[in-house]
Design a protein around this ligand. Structure first.
Ligand code: 9MR
Ligand code: 9MR
Ligand code: ZN
Length: 556
């Protein structure tokens, strides 16, 4: 009895220590006050949306309780997609680093939030480490808020060749990341994921190259961030066939049960190739060839050789070729290949400088617009950006200026969507995985900022993060383990299995649809609450832009 008691006490103390600071507040949090609960950067906009009549507010120092800022709310503004009248509290001028909460007169107080230059560092670490925890073919282990998350080496038998005419024999297709809440591995979805993560490296490498990610990899000579992406690339290289085409996926025939990955012993198969998977593979390996070149020349050569073989295959087979997925009921990721081919051409051009690739991207890019809403089924944004920011000479200047203008048009459209929304959501649509879509807008915004440094592009990027971290209809963070009241029941087989399975941290959940108000934090709702690599990648991209070196400016 005594031991049990003290054990219980220990557990309580440990969980208290592990909790966000908000858990310490004696006062209840009123979830009608909705803001970015991960926090704010000192020099940037700071706003909260209040879903209750309120004319005055203050921001109070958490420790002393003293008001350090007082203001009047704006509004109400009617927010159409949630049907609410919202009052907006703007405390942008408060810049002093610290721990605060907001008090809305007549309403209540908000969750605790931080103002600091380093406010996104831990979130970045956690979101990338989530990729490490997604690794297949190896044991994984990580600690978050004093809880250890671990599983044994899984899927070491990947994968059988039956579905590609290889008889009942195996080909090594171990490694890579699991796709999502399921443990299968899909090349097309890896495409947008790796593409977005490598773009973050190209745009924000200076900020993220020194971030230590506690990887199990030893002596790779690579920055940790690139080492993590290499885990996926190494798997992708195993997915290319001799003729250059690339198998579409590695998967069980049906979706498996919610058991830890090392317990899943059902046979997993390689499925036939698709032209979209092949084109995405070309784009990824061509990008990797130039990104890894300064660190590992042999690996860069290997990636380039693979990219060239894939590209040659595509040129010899110009028609769109969906994968034959007969007999498989797992993720399909079927998509017409024109955007994938455009992206492949752009990356081949940027890496090789060859005129045939330039002609290819310029033919495919002519008249193309950017998409405010994009993702695994439409990656032309990635190709257009690579062409636009190419460091090579020889591009058609009229096309370059057209694509420049197109980028700004779409970025402005995203800013207007943000302006029109009561929670500053930069995307107007609601669909399966739309939180990933919200994060994807930041790629357009941050890229536009590189062309034209309009503050609105950066602020809207931060608003996208703010929305995902709590300034939304639910007043909750959409990323497991981060911010206030994050999802506890994601559709993630590791988190679902046993009744006491802890919620694995660092994962963006899909989000509510068809209406803004339809999200549920329920594990069974894979259409609302699944996690996926292609949604974490743009979250990582968005955070990468604001990672800061702790040594530069310490919070006072
Ligand atoms: O668990 C599966 C999830 O990872 C997929 O995204 C989703 C949609 O393809 O399907 C889930 O699997 C369900 C299947 O489609 C229908 N039967 C129940 C399965 C588990 O909830
Ligand atoms: O992200 C995918 C979404 O765009 C589709 O509408 C949905 C249904 O086909 O599938 C989503 O992808 C799932 C994939 O099929 C299997 N792994 C989990 C993915 C996220 O739910
Ligand atoms: Zn696995």
């Amino acid at each position: 009895m005594r031991t049990r008691r003290s054990h219980l006490l220990c557990t309580i103390i440990i969980s208290l220590l592990a909790m966000a600071p908000s858990a310490f507040t004696a006062h209840a949090v009123d979830t009608r006050i909705r803001l970015n609960t991960v926090g704010f950067l000192p020099e940037h906009d700071k706003r909260a949306s209040i879903a209750a009549p309120c004319s005055e507010f203050s921001v109070n120092d958490e420790a002393s309780g003293k008001a350090v800022f007082r203001g009047k709310t704006l509004g109400p503004v009617h927010n159409a997609d949630t049907g609410e009248d919202l009052y907006v509290a703007d405390f942008s001028v408060l810049r002093r680093p610290g721990l605060y909460h907001l008090e809305a007169a007549g309403v209540g107080r908000s969750a605790v939030f931080r103002i600091s230059n380093e406010v996104y560092n831990f979130a970045f670490y956690t979101a990338v480490r989530a990729m490490t925890l997604w690794r297949c073919g190896t044991a994984v282990r990580g600690t978050h808020a004093a809880t250890v998350y671990a599983h044994g080496a899984c899927h070491l038998e990947d994968a059988w060749l039956d579905a590609v005419g290889g008889g009942h024999t195996r080909r090594d297709a171990t490694g890579g990341w699991h796709d999502a809440g399921d443990y299968n591995k899909y090349v097309v979805n890896s495409g947008v994921t790796v593409g977005t993560m490598l773009l973050a490296w190209e745009q924000f490498g200076d900020r993220i190259r020194r971030v230590a990610l506690d990887l199990p990899d030893k002596n790779t000579g690579l920055p940790d961030y690139l080492s993590e992406i290499k885990w996926e690339l190494d798997w992708l290289l195993k997915m290319q066939t001799l003729d250059g085409s690339v198998y579409h996926k590695v998967s069980t025939r049906e979706f498996g049960p919610a058991i830890p990955p090392e317990q899943e012993k059902t046979e997993r198969f390689i499925t036939p190739y698709s032209s979209a998977a092949t084109a995405d593979f070309v784009a990824m390996t061509a990008m990797a060839a130039r990104v890894y070149e300064p660190f590992d020349k042999a690996y860069a050569r290997r990636c380039l050789e693979a990219a060239r073989r894939g590209y040659a295959f595509l040129q010899a087979h110009a028609e769109n070729h969906p994968a034959d997925l007969t007999g498989f009921r797992t993720g399909a990721y079927q998509t017409k290949d024109d955007d994938d081919r455009l992206w492949a051409a752009a990356e081949m051009w940027e890496t090789t400088g060859e005129t045939i690739c330039l002609a290819d991207i310029e033919a495919r890019g002519a008249g193309k617009k950017f998409d405010a809403n994009w993702g695994w089924s439409n990656v032309s944004n990635l190709g257009l950006l690579t062409y636009l920011f190419s460091k090579r000479s020889g591009r058609r200047t009229t096309l370059v200026s057209e694509i420049k203008a197109a980028l700004l048009v779409t970025a402005d459209e995203i800013v207007r969507a943000r302006d029109a929304h009561g929670y500053a959501r930069p995307l107007t649509l609601y669909y399966w995985g739309c939180n990933g879509g919200v994060a994807n807008t930041t790629v357009v915004l941050q890229s536009a900022y590189r062309l034209t440094p309009k503050p609105a592009y950066t602020e809207a990027t931060l608003d996208a993060l703010g929305h995902l971290f709590g300034r939304n209809f639910y007043g909750r963070s959409f990323v497991t383990g981060l911010g206030a009241s994050p999802p506890l029941h994601p559709h993630d087989r590791r988190s679902m299995g046993a009744s006491n399975a802890p919620t694995w941290p660092g994962y963006l959940v899909g989000g509510g649809w068809p209406r803004a108000t339809d999200w549920k934090d329920e594990a069974a709702r894979y259409d609302l609450n699944e996690i996926a690599i292609n949604w974490n990648a743009p979250l990582i991209y968005a955070l990468a832009g604001f990672v800061s070196e702790p040594t530069k400016r310490q919070p006072r």
